[in-house]
Design a protein around this ligand. Structure first.
Ligand SMILES: [Zn+2]
Length: 449
């Protein structure tokens, strides 16, 4: 009987341990030769910056307040003390940094089942490390002194490198970062903060291994319509899934952006909630806007000349665009007249001029014809200014205008400017500290004139 009680107590204790949520731990380490240097606030700000970007994409990770460790060891020790837990001598700095983390977190272990680690280490690692880079392994990311220098200098690539290395600790591999002008993945820190998440990242975030680090459930990334059926084409049907598992399957699919769920059945199905049938016991859900944005190149007073594949009446322009966005067979649409929304093929070059109709073409590979400079403003006269633009749509509208060779984008403003990337001035400081409100300036210039 006593034995049983002890056993029960043990089970209770262990279940409480497992119930504790997982979190990212952030540690700032200064070596003994760093004097009174303390840039922990800068490090914390960089983590929060990335946290905001991730949260905007539906990946709000739990993290603990930054902890400071003033080491008794000097920079030389971090570089040269032999500790092979991360590999050969090139990685001593990482291994030694992690061993010092235990002063703040005695329970820290490599491949920690409950924690990821971001360590800021005020030590130059250039001499010892061929890449002179930040790095991540065994669930631990280490950002050395040169990265902190660059973050303090407000260079976005290195602010983004914190999220890049954190992504590695969640098992995310490198991705294609070459499509200049498109919004790239979070591992493309060169484009930070204009980065986003897609199925490439969600498959890790919502894996059993890592999901407890995040506040969201897969379904939280969708807008839900209870008792509704989307009207579009069914692409896939999967039995025996609850709605959360259905949402997760959709997130991990590179085509799916909306689902219908009923009776434990999951369908990947096109359509918009604004234009769905009412039907009891069926629920539909469409990915929220921050995911899979499909920006459009748009022309006023034009009608595309190709075939009409679908026609819907009584929609507002935005509803028509949303409908096309969620239908992967829709490449372009024409909107106008008496609220007519036509999915219609065609190009701007062959479009008819027609007052009261606007045409929009999905910007699938967008503006890779531009070189971009994220934080500088091209000097030169601005000759056109339009509002309501994303970076992509601004670049696209410049591309569509034969007279436009360069543009400046900030907030939702798109300016066509005469000038080059070789002659720029710095963006104002306020735009840099407000990047998560999209106030940052980006300049773009055509690659080939
Ligand atoms: Zn990497």
């Amino acid at each position: 009987m006593k034995m049983l009680l002890i056993l029960a107590a043990l089970i209770l204790a262990s279940s409480q341990v497992f119930a504790a949520s997982k979190s990212v731990r952030v540690v700032y380490i200064t070596p003994s030769d760093a004097g009174s240097l303390d840039r922990s606030a800068i490090a914390a700000e960089a983590v929060e910056h990335n946290h905001r970007i991730w949260s905007n994409n539906g990946a709000n990770f739990r993290y603990d307040k930054i902890v400071k460790v003033n080491s008794n060891y000097d920079s030389n020790w971090f570089i040269n003390n032999s500790n092979t837990s991360f590999g050969d001598s090139k990685w001593f700095w990482m291994a030694n940094a992690f061993s010092e983390v235990k002063k703040a977190y005695p329970d820290a272990v490599l491949n920690d089942p409950n924690h990821r680690y971001i360590i800021f280490l005020e030590v130059y690692n250039a001499a010892s490390n061929s890449g002179a880079a930040a790095a991540a392994a065994h669930g631990v990311a280490v950002m050395p002194k040169w990265i902190i220098d660059r973050i303090e200098g407000r260079h976005f690539a290195e602010v983004g490198s914190v999220g890049h290395e954190l992504a590695h600790t969640f098992g995310m591999p490198h991705e294609d970062c070459t499509d200049v002008g498109e919004t790239l993945g979070i591992l493309c820190n060169g484009d930070y903060p204009n980065v986003e998440m897609d199925e490439h990242h969600y498959s890790r975030i919502f894996s059993d291994h890592y999901k407890d680090y995040f506040y969201e459930e897969p379904i939280d990334l969708f807008t839900i319509g209870k008792n509704k059926i989307l009207k579009g084409t069914i692409h896939k049907k999967i039995p025996n899934l609850d709605i959360n598992a259905c949402a997760k399957a959709c997130l991990n699919d590179n085509v799916c952006s909306s689902i219908v769920h009923y009776n434990n059945t999951c369908e990947f199905r096109d359509g918009s909630l604004d234009n769905a049938w009412d039907f009891n016991n069926y629920d539909s859900a469409t990915l929220k806007e921050h995911n899979h944005l499909a920006p459009y190149a748009q022309r006023e007073n034009k009608i595309l000349a190709g075939t009409i594949t679908k026609s819907v009446q009584g929609l507002e322009y935005e509803e028509c665009a949303n409908l096309c966005t969620s239908d992967h067979q829709c490449d372009s649409f024409v909107y106008g007249g008496n609220k007519v929304c036509d999915f219609r093929k065609g190009t701007f070059d062959s479009a008819w001029d027609f007052n009261g109709y606007d045409s929009a073409i999905k910007n699938l590979s967008a503006s890779n014809k531009f070189r971009l400079d994220r934080h500088d403003i091209i000097n030169g006269p601005i000759w056109k200014r339009t509002q309501g633009h994303t970076l992509n749509s601004c670049a696209q509208s410049c591309q569509n205008d034969l007279n436009c060779s360069a543009f400046i984008h900030h907030e939702q403003t798109c300016e066509f400017v005469d000038g080059t990337l070789e002659d720029t001035r710095s963006a104002p400081f306020w735009s840099i500290i407000n990047v998560w409100q999209n106030k940052a300036y980006t300049s773009g210039a055509r690659r080939h004139l």
